[in-house]
Write a protein that binds this ligand. Structure first.
Ligand code: NG1
Ligand code: ZN
Length: 540
């Protein structure tokens, strides 16, 4: 057909790089050196159009970012109509469409998708896209546009945005004609929605201390600055927000010795830290979908308040509000984590909060789907990526309730504000930041009190390079905590772990790096070090 000819003619301008054997759409979409991604972007243009036609012309999003990775890297992810990550079944089509070795193979992969889903090429297709601050982004957009143009897709460039802002826009676009649209379809619409929700959440409370945000020298910096314009004044909310690591014009400092990933993996304050003991700090990652908090204790001893801490804080707060609102219909709250969550946080959720706690496989997509089964589903990875989902039943219940007293009205208003403040499409550093700040103000918590909710178990995350990481397969439904291969290894690990008091340790292949990860916990940090080293020795 006509489109196939157009593809064959234009794909040659974006040849496959010789350096890459095979591109794979993984948990983070495609991600590698920005220089090698033009061909992939072109293919994602084709696939985004196909996906939109498959879902009756609803708008699909394309986000160009490499998150916490180096400035020279880049990547791309597709966003489905309700702002979720691309449906899993389509990941293999993404892989197929960017791995053609000739124009004919690309056209063939395109045709396979058309056929498989019975897609009508004359139907409309709509795509919107954005990118982070990486220098390669502007060039990669051209490749993406070539794929979109070749297949007659209607598209709109939203320029530089955070990843969660693009997710917001996709959902807002697709719910424009609904009775309850998600928000205005513009960047300003995002700020307006969050700003109004934060003001409502802070209506009856005041923050008691300032906060500093490390923006990883990435897109979070200009976007958080813009967000500030829509927030109540410092006088009204009591909250002073300082921003550091905002040098987006210097590409090479992006994520360099700063940002959420650095702080979490290095267990260190970022470059540019000048806080006193007990000052409240937080860090975004390079595309502002992750956040972790931290402070220096007496010593100074570095104290991290990671995704587990945010999940337990949010679950505590929402659980209390739900109880106080006394709804006729029972709303079921649950917290979803991965096996990397500190055992003390899971125990706190079940024993103290008396809420459901569930583990899923690594990757926010997995957590998201399980959290969606609850009326209020809180999910966070320890690394700070997460959010809260409210079911339709929960939203209806919360919005239709008639308060029985002024106190109940206050609680109801706080809960309603939370449903608006939380970005329900995906983990969002700006939205999570405002949520945490509002909760701390409500609870009148200092960082010490927040940390004091429970005591983390001593833990260690190690990494070991192996010749063939795909040999490490886990038993389904164990949240990746048991190996089924290599044969016999799990038995050896179990024997070793049994030697330590309250020992827990598991090995799995990383989905994003060429290595296996070893995570361990035990009663003492001496035991943890010993155990993790002993388990590492069992791995060839
Ligand atoms: P892998 O490399 O599969 O362990 C890492 C993180 C995940 C998630 C993904 C996607 C850990 C232990 N793993 O996955 O939490 O964020 O990257 O970026 O932190
Ligand atoms: Zn990110």
């Amino acid at each position: 057909g006509k489109l196939e000819t157009a593809i064959a003619e234009t794909v040659v301008k974006f040849p496959r790089p010789a350096e890459v054997d095979k591109f794979t759409y993984g948990t983070a979409g495609f991600r590698t050196k920005g220089d090698w991604l033009d061909h992939v972007m072109y293919g994602m243009g084709l696939l985004a159009g196909l996906r939109s036609r498959k879902v009756n012309g609803q708008t699909i999003g394309v986000m160009i970012t490499a998150s916490h990775n180096k400035a020279e890297d880049n990547g791309v992810k597709l966003v489905d109509p309700m702002g979720e990550m691309l449906e899993t079944d389509w990941e293999s089509w993404a892989t197929a469409i960017v791995n053609g070795h000739s124009p004919e193979e690309t056209v063939k992969a395109y045709g396979d998708v058309l056929q498989k889903y019975n897609i009508d090429q004359d139907k409309p297709a709509n795509v919107i896209y954005a990118r982070d601050t990486r220098p390669s982004g502007a060039r990669l957009v051209k490749a993406l546009e070539a794929g979109l143009k070749a297949t007659n897709v209607t598209y709109k460039d939203f320029g530089i945005l955070t990843t969660p802002q693009l997710h917001y826009l996709v959902r807002a676009t697709n719910t424009q004609d609904d009775k309850n649209p998600y928000g205005e379809v513009s960047e300003a619409g995002y700020y307006k929605k969050l700003g109004a929700a934060f003001s409502a959440a802070m209506k009856n409370v005041k923050s008691n201390s300032p906060v500093t945000v490390d923006c990883a020298n990435g897109v979070g910096a200009p976007k958080l600055k813009e967000m500030l314009k829509y927030l109540p004044s410092e006088k009204e909310s009591g909250l002073k927000i300082n921003i550091v690591n905002d040098r987006i014009e210097q590409a090479e400092v992006l994520n360099k010795d700063c940002g959420a990933d650095y702080v979490k993996t290095q267990q260190k304050v970022p470059q540019g830290f000048d806080g006193k003991n007990y000052d409240r700090w937080c860090s975004f990652d390079g595309d502002a979908d992750r956040i972790v908090y931290y402070f220096n204790d007496e010593g100074p001893v570095f104290r991290l308040l990671d995704g587990d801490r945010i999940a337990t804080l949010a679950a505590t707060f929402l659980g209390e509000l739900v109880k106080k609102c006394d709804f006729e219909e029972k709303l079921e709250l649950g917290v979803v984590q991965t096996a990397y969550a500190n055992g003390a946080s899971s125990k706190y959720i079940t024993d103290v909060l008396q809420l459901q706690s569930e583990f899923t496989e690594t990757g926010v997509k997995n957590l998201h789907h399980v959290a969606a089964r609850y009326d209020i589903g809180v999910y966070f990875e320890a690394n700070g990526h997460g959010t809260v989902l409210f079911s339709k039943k929960a939203l209806d219940t919360i919005w239709k309730k008639e308060p029985q007293s002024p106190a109940q009205l206050e609680n109801l208003e706080a809960l309603r504000a939370a449903t608006e403040l939380i970005n329900q499409t995906v983990g969002d550093a700006i939205s999570d930041f405002l949520l945490v700040e509002a909760i701390l103000a409500h609870e009148q918590f200092t960082v010490r009190e927040w940390l004091g909710m429970y005591t983390d178990k001593p833990n260690k995350l190690a990494k070991q390079v192996v010749p063939q990481r795909d040999e490490y397969k886990t038993v389904p439904k164990t949240a990746e905590q048991k190996l089924q291969s290599p044969e016999g290894l799990q038995d050896k690990i179990d024997t070793e772990v049994a030697k330590y008091r309250e020992g827990r340790c598991f090995v799995r292949a990383s989905g994003t790096e060429d290595a296996v990860r070893i995570y361990g916990e035990a009663l003492s940090s001496y035991d943890v070090d010993h155990m993790v080293r002993a388990v590492a020795d069992l791995i060839e």
